[in-house]
Every structure is written in C-alpha cells, then in structure tokens.
Design a protein around this ligand. Sequence first.
Ligand code: HSE
Length: 302
Amino acid sequence: NSVRVFAPASVANVAVGFDILGFALDSPGDEITVSFSDRESGGLKITAIHGADNKLPLVVEKNTAGFAAQQLLRHLGKEDLAIDMEIHKKMPFGSGLGSSAASAAAGVMAVNALLDHPLSKEEILHFAVLGEQIADGAYHADNVAPSLLGGMILIRNNEDLDVHQLPIPDDLYAAVVHPEVEVLTKDARDVLSDKICLKQSIEQGGNLAAFILGLMKADYDLLSRSLKDVIIEPQRAKLIPQFYEVKNAAISASALGCSISGAGPSIFALCKGLETAQKVGAAMEKAFTQAQIENQLYISKI
Ligand code: HSE
C-alpha cells in the first residue's frame, strides 16, 4: 500500500511578524508518495525526485523531506522498516515561499499516514522543523507550521514550538507573485542589522498586536493599518528589483497591505475578497512584466 500527500507553500514572515508569523497558500506545494517496500535492506530510501532538475540530494540525511521522515521513524522505533519515498517538487526553490519547509512537512505527513497516524500533526511538527533545519541551519517553524497545520500560525517561541492557529476572516485572500530573480536566504539574512531602535520596536509591536486583533475581529481596516513592517522590509527591499513599484501597484489596486514573502524575492499582498485579490495580482504581475521580469502569480484563500 502507498500514500500520497500534499503540503503547500507558505508566506512567512507576514511583514509584521518576522520569524514568528506565517500562513499557508492553497498552491503551489509539494507532493510525496511513500510505500512499504519488499527490498532486502531496511530503512527509508528516496527512490526519485521529480521536478527539481537534479538539484536536490537523494541521500536521506541530506534531504529535508527524507531527514524529517527518518527522524520521525526513529522516534517511533521504526527506522528499520523498508519504506520508499518519491518526491514531486511542484514549486520553485529559493522563492521565499517555503519550498524546503513544504518538502519537510510532506515527508513527515506521508510517513505518519503510511503508519496509520500514530501521532497528531502537532506532534510531528518537531520532526518537520528538524528536516527544514537541514536546508537553512536554523530551528524555526514559521514556514513549516503553516505548511503542516494550515491557516495562519503565530509562533510565540520557536525553541518550544509554542505555536497557535489564528482565526481567519472569511474574505481574506492573498495574491503572491514570484519573480524570476535570485535572492539567497543567506544574503537576505546577512543584510539585516542585529540592532533595532526603541521607536521602531514600539511601532512594530503595535502593528503586530493590532494585526492579530484585526484577524480576531475580522476588522479589515485595522488589518490594513497594521500590515506595515518598519524593520525588516526597508532593509531587504533593495534585494528585490521593482519592489516598491510592485508594492505601489498592489496598494493602488486596493490591497490591504503588501510586503516581502519570507526572505524574498516573492511579494505578497493581502486582500479583501477574491475579485480584489485577482485585480491586485494582475497589477503586481504587470509591474514586474513592464520591467521585463518574468513572474508567476498565485492567488489563495487564506
Ligand atoms: N522568516 C525567514 C526570513 C524565512 O524571512 O528570513 C526564511 O527562512
């Protein structure tokens, strides 16, 4: 018997919540198939990776999905079971859309499902975060948690995985555009100063608290006023060509707010209603296309 699962892309940070706030998209995402094997040698084996142009390792310990799944199997005392894993990469890497996190989440989900769900999604989160750590060295759940649990997730503390699902207003949509330019996560983190001034901290704290309240009250005006990142976005904007043109186009087309998705180069806008999200997405696409930058648009209900 075999199991096939899907784990979606995610936007994290959501502007005001650097490393602590993320949401899942409907698409794109990764798919993973796992099945019991009758090969002699036991253990987990990655038999194929599709859609990655040979850029991802087949070695289980070096692969985010493989390592995450192996850690889960070890925890369950089942690491000797012969299991084959096939990975279908259906999203770009280095996009700021949580590609490695989607693979890690799909890896643990698939193995947990194959074993008939011995653990809950909350319990397998730790193993998915261990998998993503292979890709970027840090133990953080802002992409993995939404990819695995869905919706919008607040992470009070990454070490303890103190994660909380936030309420989502009925009409909240995201338009996300991925431009074909390269921004390395390492560069996007190196560019950040490790000092912030008190005035910025107060402003960001107020915006984050008000953004959460806006979600709880389905208050779109409050969401719009508070979706303003005064710390990270101004430092990273220069890494993304046309960032302010695309952001201005989104705001002019009635987006509630617009910022960098994760470490970039993708840019997301939150919108009230599907029609507005489509209009905003088209305006963002146009701003990139006018600058001869190829891009891909994704629209999602959050
Ligand atoms: N929250 C992270 C960042 C995402 O913005 O750097 C990349 O892993």
